[in-house]
Write a protein that binds this ligand. Sequence first.
Ligand code: PMP
Length: 451
Amino acid sequence: MPEYRKPNNNVAPPAPYNGPSAQEILAMRREFLMPNHILYYKKPIAIVQGDMQYLYDSEGRQYLDAIAGVVSISVGHCNPRVIAKTIEQIKLLQHTTTIYLNPMIVQFAKMLAEKMPSPDMKQTFFTNSGSEANDLALLAATLYTGNLDILAVRSGYHGGSRVPMSLTAVSTWRYPVPALPNIHHVLHGYCYRCPVKLTYPSCGIACARDVENVILHSTTGKIAAFIAEPIQGVGGVVTPPPEYFKIIFDIVKKYGGLFVSDEVQTGFGRTGSAYWGIENWEVIPDIITMAKGIGNGVPLGAVTSTPEIAAPLDQKIFFNTFGGNPVSMAQGMATLQEIDDQKLQENSARVGARLTEGFQRLYRKYEVIGEARGMGLMLGIELVKSRESREPAPDATADIMEMAKDCGLLIGKGGLFGNVIRIKPPMCITSDDADFILDVLDDCFQELSDH
Ligand code: PMP
């Protein structure tokens, strides 16, 4: 079994922890939390402290966090420059709602507008989560277009409340309750498991072109919106061929729809080559939805679009009690500032390239790796029982995750079959951290292939 090694000796030791043990927390969790809280590990750990890209458990053990609170910690846990601004705001004013004027919300909205891929996209509504942001985006699209049908993508994940659950196209996340009508799922650009069993590029990107068939056969012939993640997160880092979204964009426009880019995971520079994931595919969306990394750990989501698209929302009262809360706004602004000041988009490209190169080395060494893919620090490794059959290997994936954790590395997993390792660390990780990830994974894959 590969052994624990400390990711970084040159950081301050954790504060002493005197709270309940992992076992005690687990027992309380079973008793007092509803059963639909998932745990990653067979031997769960209690995480009680964070310091940039590192986490500490209740025993004081340090871990490198390569999944970042499920892609939410963009600039580091408890980043001192960010929390200084948040604490300043907490001391001044915590909450009033948007029924009064306050500078924080408008300043942050202006800052976001300046980041948008088009100058027309300048109006924002802040929410507390990605689910709420997606729900509101589709409400806006439906009102603006007057059309009812919505397209989402196979393997996409858009949240857990009722509308986003209906958009989500991974059966493990869908409860047996009626889904929202008028949502139709189109083929994903998943070349490794091509939904139409063709090969890129001779396929002519048939998956994208089929969107027109879905509109003609399954809708009224007009659509309100198409929503997608530029690179799928929960669905297993599915990275489409470069033409995929451009083709779909034209079809969506032909049938009267708005293009909604769910940037909850891909936004804010994580893909390295662009600030917004969708820019990698040369598409300018009509609406962008955000959450997770925008707030670096506070409950913060947002929808941004043009004044024209947002205008019909004015016909009724719409209110979100904590949306635009000054504390979230302070942390959001400080987070975006930190991404710029520390050049974290560039860092994502640089460290991401080092990881990608390393994953290719691992691919050449270990048969269990079917494909390594992704961009910047949005990376995935798909595990298979055999490269010929491409049969998913979820057990091997779970074993690698557990072993990596015992070595001091926290990683994630995803995909319809739970067989894709997800590496999406805070964007502040260094080349040394990347080498740590590669060393640990190499040892874990070695152990797996030896047994
Ligand atoms: N969209 C995407 C792409 C996501 O990954 C998630 C969360 N995993 C959501 C939406 C939903 O966000 P939340 O959990 O904040 O509601």
